[in-house]
Design a protein around this ligand. Structure first.
Ligand SMILES: [Zn+2]
Length: 94
């Protein structure tokens, strides 16, 4: 059985997108986290699991998967992960 390469790629993209959306929507539980921001400031923030795990912008919840270069790590949550902000929220919008 042969599979058209073009078709496989398109399907893969759509599947990845679907899996990503599903993964993000499964991580919308809001919890309180102690976030260590750059400069060792500890702030208690209410974040979704997606934000805490660094897959959404800490401020506007834009998905970090799209245009990763536009996101900067801004701090970390011990035993959870690194948190990110998009450049727009960092004040770097053009
Ligand atoms: Zn943002």
């Amino acid at each position: 059985m042969s599979v058209e390469p073009e078709r496989t790629r398109a399907l893969d993209g759509a599947t990845k997108r679907l899996l990503w959306d599903r993964m993000v929507s499964a991580k919308q539980t809001v919890s309180t986290y102690a976030v260590i921001l750059d400069g060792d400031t500890v702030e208690t923030l209410e974040l979704t699991a997606a934000q805490a795990e660094g897959i959404e912008c800490l401020t506007c919840k834009a998905p970090c998967s799209t245009g990763e270069g536009a996101f900067r790590p801004v701090g970390r949550i011990p035993s959870v992960g690194t948190v990110f902000q998009c450049v727009a929220c960092l004040g770097g919008a053009r």
